[in-house]
Write a protein that binds this ligand. Structure first.
Ligand SMILES: NC(=O)c1ccc[n+]([C@@H]2O[C@H](COP(=O)([O-])OP(=O)(O)OC[C@H]3O[C@@H](n4cnc5c(N)ncnc54)[C@H](O)[C@@H]3O)[C@@H](O)[C@H]2O)c1
Length: 338
């Protein structure tokens, strides 16, 4: 590569100073893996969080998650002192969805089940004021489908967060066919105020952006293993050392710019027709699910784990995420902070 080398400086302090909306009263429905992280992220940016889950045990878990994560963010100097000192009274739990009536935004985080989400939205619409924005953290369901038969579909939107939500810059904002521009703008501003670098889609599509790219990759990874080309560990190794090496700095298009576009066009010519295009869930995935493999969560996955080794992977993931965030802030400042 040619070109003048420039010295880059971290933009953390600049990024932190972006606040485009005032702290809000935000409801979170479903306090599982994602809901706990999202609630924590909201607290770290000064919002009041009103949590609701049909399983009351999740309230204790959410409190513990927020306590641990906020202590770590404080250690990493990634939270304003006023917010780390004041988070606990800003976290409330309610016995029914009725308790969300005073929220100006509600983020739904229950499991990926269209009918369950629809039932929740139908009830919620009768509780919150008409101007309350209702966001779904669905990973794949088209927002236009979730908007169907709603009284005020213009205030429904997709806000797709990543895990750990309190650390990552990732957020995708997906307007459905009937989402108003006002709702999209408000969701974007809220995401910025929560320290994210939101990616706003122009149109609704199943799986959105990152999940579509990830699932294309997962399908091919399964195909390579099932066809006997390489084992799981070898596929992972190759992915980490190639795509994993550049993907934080450059997206696919920046990567082609960096390394020469014609070569990619030439490879596409011969290769695309040979990539997997199967539409069924790969057998190896079906078998994993059948044997109850959750991954590190129950020490059953593509690799062997003991309880301590699984816990170590989880700790490493969080630490790695902090270090990646520092790199991202150094080399790819969030949009609008340059
Ligand atoms: N897991 C991920 O990495 C990830 C990433 C992005 C988006 N998502 C999406 O986020 C959503 C939640 O995923 P998750 O992994 O946190 O699920 P999860 O199973 O960990 O948590 C779901 C929570 O919803 C609660 N719940 C179920 N029915 C309820 C009801 N009627 N009212 C209130 N609470 C109810 C459950 O008790 C549980 O605590 C899904 O739509 C998923 O696709 C997941």
């Amino acid at each position: 590569m040619t070109g003048k080398q420039t010295t880059r400086t971290p933009v953390t302090s600049k990024a932190k100073s972006i606040r485009t909306t005032k702290p809000m009263r935000v409801g979170v429905i479903g306090l599982g893996l994602m809901g706990q992280g999202i609630a924590t992220c909201l607290l770290t940016h000064g919002n009041v969080v009103v949590g609701f889950d049909s399983d009351r045990k999740r309230y204790k878990d959410t409190l513990a998650h927020a306590r641990t994560a906020i202590a770590e963010l404080k250690k990493q100097k990634l939270i304003e002192p006023t917010h780390s000192a004041s988070w606990k009274p800003r976290l409330e739990f309610v016995d029914s969805m009725q308790g969300l009536s005073g929220c100006s935004l509600v983020v739904e985080c229950v499991r990926e089940d269209l009918e369950l989400k629809r039932t929740i939205f139908a009830e919620l619409e009768m509780i919150v004021p008409r101007k309350t924005i209702i966001a779904s953290n669905t990973s794949s369901l088209p927002i236009s489908l979730l908007q169907q038969n709603r009284i005020a579909p213009e205030r429904f939107i997709g806000m797709h967060w990543g895990e750990p939500a309190q650390i990552m810059r990732y957020l995708e904002i997906i307007p459905g066919d009937k989402t108003s521009r006002q709702t999209t703008k408000a969701a974007l501003n809220f995401g910025l105020a929560c320290g994210k670098e939101p990616a706003v889609l122009k149109q609704d599509i199943r799986g959105f952006l990152s999940n579509r790219m990830m699932y294309a990759m997962l399908r091919e990874a399964c195909y390579l293993v099932e066809s006997g080309i390489a084992d799981v560990e070898t596929v992972d190794q190759s992915f980490r050392n190639d795509i994993g090496w550049w993907a934080l700095l450059a997206g696919p298009f920046r990567w082609m710019d960096l390394t020469g576009i014609p070569a990619y066009a030439a490879v596409m010519d011969g290769l695309l027709g040979e990539l997997s295009n199967q539409t069924e869930t790969p057998k190896m995935m079906q078998q994993m699910v059948k044997r109850g493999a959750l991954g590190v969560a129950n020490q059953k996955g593509f690799y062997k784990y003991t309880k301590p080794s699984a816990a170590q992977w989880e700790r490493d993931w969080v630490q790695f995420t902090y270090e990646m965030r520092q790199l991202a802030e150094k080399y790819t400042p969030a949009k609008g902070t340059k």
